[in-house]
Design a protein around this ligand. Sequence first.
Ligand code: ADP
Ligand code: F6P
Length: 542
Amino acid sequence: MTDLATMAEVKGRVINVSNRLPVLIRKHAGGPRVERSSGGLATALEAGWRHQRGVWIGWAGTSSTQHIEPLLLKASQSRSYTLKSVSLTEDEIAKFYAGFANEIIWPLFHDMPSRCNFEPEYWEVYQRVNRKFGKAVSETATDEDFVWVHDYHLMLTAEAMRQAGVVAPMGFFLHTPFPGPDIFEKLPWKKPILKALLQFDAIGFQSLHDCTNFVGCLHRLLPEAVVEAGRPHHQVSFAGRRTVIGTFPIGIDFEEFTKQAAQPEIEAHSAEIRRRLSGDTLVLGVDRLDYTKGIPERLKSFRLLLRKYPKQRGHITLVQVVVPSREEIPNYKHLRREVELLVSQINGEFTQPGWVPVHYIHRNLGREELLAYYRAADIGLVTPLKDGMNLVAKEFCAAQIDERGVLIVSEFAGAGPELRSGAILVNPNDFTQVAEALHEATQMSAQEKRNRMSVLRDIVKEHNVQRWIRSFLLAVPSGDAVASKDAAIPESGSVVSFRHRRDPDMPGVALIATALAPHDRPRFGIGRDAKLRVISRAAGND
Ligand code: ADP
Ligand code: F6P
């Protein structure tokens, strides 16, 4: 098996750091048990990290400290890397995890600021827990290792690790979207967060849109940061440090999904699901029960289809599988009630003898059952209102080994633009468009379905999780190159650069943009009168 870290010239180990470990410890009547964590980060990273060496540092999903170490030790024995836990108290779970991470950053980064609860105490605890993670890394990392931090729970850890004496190169990958400046600037702690992020040596985003938003936030909120655009990655210089920033769309373990989906037991299970649905068109939704996933909107679109096209009644079934998530947060409790009310309203309106339009499954499915549904489905309906990537869309394609299914995907998920050449792209807020897309998919010829699915499977196969890991590790500068105190931007004729600074000629001006090659750069600024003026060209003519 390829050692991805060695290929990327990491001398020591890779230390993955995320809020959640790939396993969690849950209490049961017979004592605590180890279970698989749900969510895209855990699924993708665990698949990509199979057979790789290193350490994975994170929280085991409980406030109890009893039995954790022996259970994690046991779980580590079946893995090529070691699991190391960071324990969180009840108070930290409430204010760091549920509070700052999931009542502030999660809604804000998904463009839903009205759902944020900007509680000042959450920020205090967020800083404290980030220091705790930083300390845990400092107890493990050597200078030769590479520390890879994941997701919005841990945006301050580079600062914390450096304060705790870690000198290993460190990168950060954001699995969620990054919002534009108009949204991000609502965050009371916007500047400390941007500054802390720039303590990493590399920052990765899911899409070009997210990366561009981050640059936009730097321009507006941290004009001292100098952004040097390049291909394929940009560089930011701030406070004597350089950070590589770029786009690294996450993938899945395509080969593994395909292999498992082809197993005879999965095929039999999938055939059984189809038989029980009497050959109806099976539309499948699979999500964490999260308001960003657009589940009520999806149900309303399906209801519209049944209202608009009576001939579909009795012949099409939506199977909506949701895994319970963040149940202690009020927004999530309301969502569950809203979804369950809509399901019962739709079923009440349309059910006929022998046909129930919506099958609602509220539990975590095992891998086999999930694959059987993916294989059995005729239409994968993936319509988040906003999503970093959305791995369900990719898993559905990988499991479609018969190339029978059609993927309908939201234009606001990272997966939308990436899969647009084979999928039907929709705006999840446009119920009519989604209903029409469903109708179109039911009318599509077998040949067109095959053509589209084959394109999709090629994309998912090529952009797999192994490639994601390799490309991120390769983008990180080596330890020697990163921490230069005088990290000046080299003048290069081939780069386009942007910089912001105050200009003595233009009092009140915060913006000076320089673009194009040095010999050809117009310089312009905005005066107190808010008008944009060319200040000078490099040749000296104003
Ligand atoms: P997120 O990271 O926001 O949860 P993704 O779509 O990227 O969203 O990843 C979700 C992951 O969780 C996928 O790997 C998917 O297979 C898994 N998943 C979602 N719902 C269920 C469920 N009901 N049962 C089992 N796995 C699920
Ligand atoms: O990026 C998606 C993500 O937030 C992951 O960070 C997380 O592991 C997953 O969704 C599931 O959420 P939670 O850890 O809150 O259960």
